[in-house]
Write a protein of this length. Structure first.
Length: 737
């Protein structure tokens, strides 16, 4: 291995490591000399995986330097049956995949075409002994060719011998896991290893992964794995300039106190980080002592056993920040390695800028969308209601889905509205806001659902937009349960009675709003019995990217029928559960209502208290209110627990959400339910779930409060509602001893 690279994984290189590399190189050259494949690669268990426990990933460790060598697949999960390498490793036998099988892989995983943009045949044989599995050797021929039986026997024999040699090297102390990046060796020994192919491989892999990264934390992880570690680095911090200061956007391996000292540095100061950014200097220090000699007042990076590199990040032709790297003192970067490292960091800097712009756009879009939704839903004795809104996760544009609940004038009724403006854009969001305002205005004037849609249709035509919108309006008389509804191209609401039977109103649904200003919409009537559930939704809830319409509706109907006795917040979470966890191309809006009947039902005891933002003193008045209310409801035995729980939840909302707080109480024969609604979407946390040192004292205090709730309440939870969340808890009525 004279003149060739050593596979560096962890720790210093030993003579056993040199022998391990010699075994690998000799086996790969022997295979290549006889079979002449387009690529010849040895895969070993990835760093961090446990070979004794079958490992969890395989990675390219060493490959022949051939014209197609840089296209080798970087790695895969050890149990990923789409890859011949993984199958050979797991089964312990040779695997041959023809051209059709490789094309099927690309169809199932389109990103793989970046590594195999040509027709080929793949052959993999395992590297294993009777006691241990190390990985596999994989060959690819492009164009495809037949592999004679004796060639396969030869390949298996070489692999078996190599496995025995790897086992011997491991017994002598050699590492037998794949390095961060594979070593590319020439076909003939003694001619030096190929830096050009290795660098090309790294460029290709970095570009591929950065293209798919959208969040800064993803880019940080990619940079650590594909840039820093392959060059011998231990830890990395990426900083971007922002309003005259350096801000840490991501780090791996650094102490928290060093990051706190680094974050917020003024660019006008003289530090290695600011000098690298402002003066475009590449600052390389072999030890921490050498670093502090150059910067005597530096209060971080005090490890004398570490080399420190401070390198500028470039994007759009300008310095946008710096990268701080710590490395083993023996790490010496040659000019060619330094040049490659800077080019790769340029890709990282460009990706970070793009990710920040994407996140900012996403935040603006979501803020706009959330601002156009109702802050809270009306509090009424006859109904229980909740809502969900999930923005699309594909892209940063704002969507046009909305819902609303409107108190109707005079009649004591309630209007339920759901709508969806086509597309994802600022125009769609703005149009949605105008339509929602129009529908609300027409409803509060006293118009019926069909008239509201007629007028909204003409309004949309006058807005000078090419966008269409669907909408459904359902007016409910709270005294009788009589309901009137009309639709404009929107799915008909799903209604389930108290027995779980589905009620499907016969509703002639007109065309979407904006198609023709002359359209006349019609309405129909139905009746809601006490205990009926009504679900108004947009088509994103049906998950049409994974299910057809019938399957999506069948799932919706089943959950509503099964959940008729379930808490409404939990039922809403079930309905949006799959959509919450999957990649969504469309927004999801859901308005879920249970009609409980008229006001004179004895068990319908309801109360509401509204607490102004930051009015912590109002919590005391809230306790006095409870002291008068609970004896009136015959629930005096719950007073002590309720005062404690409601104080904790409301105080947390006032302090941590920093918004107004809406407190709602509902008394039932067997339990008391309390809902605390605020405008902060972040859920409350239990202290038991917080990592040590990860959060400040304020959040820790919030966690302790929720531990009290968890201990005393019969049940509790938190769900998104309107623009914020609802934190709820229940106390059982009965013996409180």
């Amino acid at each position: 291995m004279d003149g060739e690279a050593i596979m560096r994984t962890n720790g210093p290189v030993t003579s056993a490591d040199v022998r391990r590399d010699a075994y690998l190189a000799a086996a790969l050259r022997r295979i290549h000399a006889r079979l002449r494949p387009s690529t010849t690669t040895a895969y070993l268990v990835a760093v961090g995986a446990d070979a004794e426990d079958d490992g969890h990933a395989l990675a390219a460790a060493m490959a022949l330097d051939t014209p197609l060598g840089f296209t080798v697949t970087p790695g895969m999960a050890a149990d990923d049956a789409r890859f011949a390498t993984a199958v050979a490793y797991r089964t312990g036998g040779p695997v041959i995949w023809d051209e059709e099988r490789t094309r099927a892989l690309i169809r199932s995983e389109p990103a793989m075409i970046q590594y195999v943009p040509y027709a080929m045949i793949v052959v993999s044989v395992p590297l294993r002994t009777d006691r241990r599995r190390f990985g596999a050797v994989t060959l690819r021929w492009a164009p495809p060719q037949e592999l004679p039986a004796d060639s396969l026997d030869f390949l298996v024999g070489v692999a078996d011998r190599l496995a025995v040699e790897l086992e011997q090297a491991a017994a002598e102390g050699a590492g037998v896991q794949a390095p961060p990046a594979p070593v590319f060796i020439p076909e003939s020994p003694g001619t030096g290893w190929s830096r050009s192919t290795a660098f090309l491989y790294r460029f290709q892999r970095l570009a591929t992964e950065l293209t798919a990264a959208k969040r800064p934390r993803d880019i940080v992880a990619i940079a650590q794995a594909q840039v820093v570690r392959p060059f011998g680095g231990r830890a990395m911090a990426l900083c971007l300039a922002d309003r005259g200061r350096l801000r840490v956007v991501g780090a791996a391996g650094f102490r928290k106190e060093d990051l706190r000292s680094l974050d917020g540095l003024l660019l006008t100061g003289s530090t290695p980080e600011t000098d690298a950014t402002v003066s475009l200097q590449l600052l390389l220090f072999a030890t921490g002592k050498e670093l502090r000699a150059a910067y005597p007042g530096l209060d971080r990076y005090d490890d004398d056993t570490t080399a420190w590199f401070f390198l500028p990040l470039i994007a759009d032709g300008q310095a946008v920040g710096c990268c701080v790297i710590s490395a083993d003192p023996s790490c010496r970067l040659g000019d060619d390695e330094l040049a490659v490292l800077m080019i790769m960091l340029g890709q990282v800097g460009q990706s970070l800028q793009r990710a920040r712009a994407y996140e900012l756009e996403h935040v603006i879009a979501q803020t706009m969308q959330q601002g156009l939704l109702p802050r809270t839903l009306p509090h009424l004795a006859e109904i229980v209601s909740t809502a969900r809104y999930l923005p699309a996760t594909a892209g940063a544009e704002v969507g046009g889905d909305w819902y609303d609940m409107i108190s109707l004038p005079g009649s004591g009724g309630i209007g339920l509205v759901i709508g969806d403006v086509e597309g994802h854009s600022l125009e769609a969001g703005g149009t949605m806001g105008q339509l929602r305002s129009g529908v609300r205005a027409y409803a509060t004037e006293g118009h019926d659902p069909a008239t509201v849609l007629n007028r909204s249709n003409r309004l949309l035509a006058e807005l000078d937009t090419d966008l269409f919108a669907t909408c459904c309006c359902l007016w409910v008389d709270l005294d009788t349960g009589a309901a009137t509804l009309a639709g404009a191209g929107h799915p008909v609401p799903v209604i389930s009675d108290a027995g779980g039977r589905l009620i499907t109103p016969h509703l002639p649904v007109g065309p979407p709003l904006g198609v023709s200003p002359e359209t006349v919409y019609v309405q129909t009537e139905t009746a809601l019995a006490p205990g009926s559930l009504v679900a108004l939704y947009t088509d994103g809830l049906l998950d049409l990217s994974h299910l057809d319409v019938d399957a999506g509706l069948e799932r919706l109907h089943r959950i509503l029928a099964d959940g008729r006795g379930q808490d409404l917040e939990l039922l809403a979470d079930r309905l949006v559960g799959d959509a919450r966890q999957s990649r969504r191309d469309d927004d999801v809006a859901l308005l879920l209502v249970r009609y409980d009947g008229t006001r004179n039902r004895p068990h319908r005891r309801v109360a509401r208290v509204f607490v102004q933002r930051r009015d912590v003193q109002h919590v005391r008045r809230l306790r006095h209110f409870l002291q008068g209310l609970l004896p009136e409801w015959g629930l005096a035995a719950l007073l002590d627990d309720l005062e404690l729980l409601i104080t904790e939840v409301v105080t947390n909302a006032l302090i941590h959400a920093d918004t107004e707080v809406d407190v709602r109480l509902r008394g039932y024969p067997d339990h008391l339910r309390v809902e605390v609604r605020d405008s902060d979407p972040r859920p409350p946390v239990l202290l038991a779930n917080l990592g040590p040192g990860e959060v400040g004292d304020a959040e820790a205090e919030s966690g302790r409060g929720m531990l009290i709730v968890d201990a005393l309440a019969s049940s509790w939870g938190s769900s998104p509602a309107g623009r914020g969340k609802t934190t709820w808890f229940e106390l059982a009525v009965g013996d409180r001893s």
